[in-house]
Design a protein around this ligand. Structure first.
Ligand code: DOR
Ligand code: ZN
Length: 343
């Protein structure tokens, strides 16, 4: 029976939600990950340190049993975020970054940024205080093809901002395209990226396999196979600019299976196992620990975890649904058999 031990990973991009969903999804994260960068796209969004502290306490209260999970909080960048807000975030030991949602780009992004260049003084404060900007890298122009929105964002938004502010620390979240991989590789050491398990595992055909598959819809949307291959190459390269971020984004089943279904895949219950499978498929299990447990802390300037986890090569079947109070959530890979199991 094959076993692998790695330092307990962190999830550098996670949606935990609130209330019943938070309580239902947190155990899966705590099992696989010691820390997580928690996304602030609640309603209303988490826009200041005080709100982040309240949300952090809610997360701690929802933690099961003897839980040593650490929630690394982020603030939601709006058109009104000021340099003083950046200073307050930098002074808080609990807040680690700002998250940029272009207004209208995705779930709960209505309060997002309408014009990034107009936030120049705020971005300059992020450079001064070395607070990372976590980027949802898509333009929102409805005339731009949905599969091209990441590449257009790089050319029209991110490149000009980094040219103006070469010292800005950026994490390009949930990278989905070859152009994104090339951009991050060519940028300085201040630019990194997270990669989800689902964008490494599936291409866009998964959304249309024998019918429309709402549980395979997320944003940025899955891309064609050549892009998936570029993402896998980046993940297994050993380049420390690329690290693990699940973008686990739970929604009630009814909100997904709808005439206008929400974007987001609930990845936490399978993510670590799926990453392991992908690294095994590419004969690079020795590179998993760097990607999952070392490169993220290096970028964020945080200590590497002391704990270890063990994965066993043993098949298991992913449940078809996960109960969440009176609702249920369909996890990524629902009903599929995976090869690695966390023990
Ligand atoms: O698919 C997504 N779901 N992409 C995002 O950017 C947000 C997330 C969510 O919050 O549901
Ligand atoms: Zn996300």
């Amino acid at each position: 029976m094959k076993l692998i031990n790695i330092i307990k990973p962190d999830d550098w991009h996670l949606h935990l939600r609130e209330g019943q969903i938070l309580e239902s999804v947190l155990p899966a994260t705590v099992k696989s990950f010691r820390r997580a960068i928690v996304m602030p796209n609640l309603i209303p969004p988490v826009t200041d340190v005080e709100m982040a502290m309240t949300y952090r306490q809610d997360i701690l209260n929802a933690c099961p049993g003897e839980c040593d999970f650490e929630a690394l909080m982020t603030l939601y960048l709006t058109d009104n975020t000021s340099p003083a807000d950046v200073k307050a975030a930098a002074d808080s030991p609990y807040v680690h970054a700002f998250k940029l949602y272009p207004a209208g780009a995705t779930t709960n992004s209505a309060s997002g940024v309408t014009s990034l260049p107009d936030l120049m003084p705020t971005l300059e404060a992020m450079v001064e205080h070395q607070v990372p900007l976590l980027v949802h890298g898509e333009v929102t122009d409805p005339d731009v093809d949905v599969f091209d929105r990441e590449a257009v964002f790089i050319d029209h938004v991110l490149s000009p901002i980094l040219q103006a502010l070469p010292g800005l620390r950026v994490v390009f979240e949930h990278l989905t395209s070859r152009q994104g991989v090339e951009f991050v590789m060519d940028a300085g050491p201040n630019v990194a990226a997270t990669l989800t398990a689902h964008h490494l595992y599936m291409n866009r055909n998964a959304m249309f396999s024998k019918g429309i598959r709402p549980h395979h819809y997320c944003l940025p949307v899955l891309k064609r196979e050549t892009h998936r291959e570029a993402l896998v190459a980046a993940a297994i390269s050993g380049n420390s600019k690329f690290f693990l971020g699940t973008d686990s984004a739970p929604h009630d089943r009814a909100a997904k299976e709808s005439s206008c279904g929400c974007a987001g895949m609930y990845a936490s219950p399978v993510a670590l196992e799926l990453y392991t499978q992908i690294f095994e498929d590419n004969d690079v299990l020795d590179k998993l620990e760097g990607f999952a447990s070392l490169f993220g802390p290096k970028f964020y300037g945080l200590p590497v975890n002391k704990e270890q986890v063990t994965l066993k090569r043993q098949e298991w079947q992913v449940p078809s649904v996960i109960p969440a109070g009176t609702e249920e959530i369909v996890p990524l890979c629902a009903g599929e058999t995976l090869r690695w199991q966390l023990i």
